[in-house]
Design a binder for this molecule. Sequence first.
Ligand code: GN1
Ligand code: MG
Length: 392
Amino acid sequence: MNNQKMTHSEETLRNVFGKFVEGGKIESIEQNRGGLINQTYFISQTGSDGVLRKYVMQCMNRHVFPKLPQLMENVFRVSRHMEVKCKASKNPDAKRGFLNFRCALDGQCYVDSEELGFWRMYRYIDHAVGRLTATTTFEAYSAGKAFGNFQSLLSDLPEPRLHETISRFHDTRNRFAVLEEAAKKDAFGRLKDCRDIMEGLFNLKDAALAMQEAADAGRIPERVVHNDAKLSNVLLDEEDGRAICVIDLDTCMPGLALHDFGDLVRSICTDSQEDTDKPEFIRVRLDMFTALSEGFLAGGRGFMLQEEKCFMPDAGVALTTEVAVRFLTDYLSGDVYFRTKYPGHNLVRARAQMTLAQKYMEVLPEMRAIVAEADKAAGKSTVDEAAEIAVS
Ligand code: GN1
Ligand code: MG
């Protein structure tokens, strides 16, 4: 069915699929190789009614997500909430604006088996693409607007608070402590390869913690956020780049709006890939930062407090540093968390993200001026934007 060997056997995939959908004929199975944690497959099937449908079927990583049933409860609550809002909207795009999960035939919202693993499934969204780097400022604007809007739509998610499925996920201070531990142990004798990165990261530490300190002091509120708001987690229309749907709700949990904005900065405001092995060519794209900030503030419809806006540039430094810390920790610990494609891949990722964080530090003053301008502009266009987004 596919020339490149898939992670799971075709027999397993057919078996799992049969637990979600009865009858019909599978036409093709394709593995999506993006994502560093779960295994994702695209499956086309002609249903027993003769209609061809495409699905996304994912095997979840039990090691990274120890609380999978709670995770799925979060995911279902968030996607259903989005579904209700999208269905009430007049915007034709809204039909593709939420993830449509399918329960298994036994009524559970996932398949959990010793033998097959933990699986879930949702309908594929047509004519939409995920990108690793932004190709136009319009894409940057759209992605920012989509995540701002996402947070705004979830601001009235009914109680109870979402489960914290990975504790201390964006606790940057703790991420540094864990890195220090891993370096002290140096279980694989790898510290000698990365002393320069260690030093670079610890030089960034104070700046990376500024936002967390403001949150600890109660100056920045907790919200329902995505927590993995990189560009590739918003599907863009394949024709014109407008944002269609925010995907990958696995880490949707309580957090800071700035965690999402920071991850967007990390993945959008440069044209280098996350794992570039040519860090010397990494450059910051302030045009992308301008578009992203405008989009996020517009999409959020004014929900961001002044204090949060002040930290928007710092959020880019924080989240980029934090992921570099995580990649380096994984390298020192023997590559047990992030999927790697070659030996030393996590080291390459860590160096690239550390370099990017340093570059963001260098342009913090420019970024502050851009946010101030974008905020003024958003204030002026509030009425039109609000009307537009109320139906999106
Ligand atoms: C992981 O698997 P993916 O690509 O959705 C990670 C994120 C990182 C990201 C780096 C649960 O996300 O936190 O920012 O890799 N997800 C988890 O690309 O750890
Ligand atoms: Mg993710």
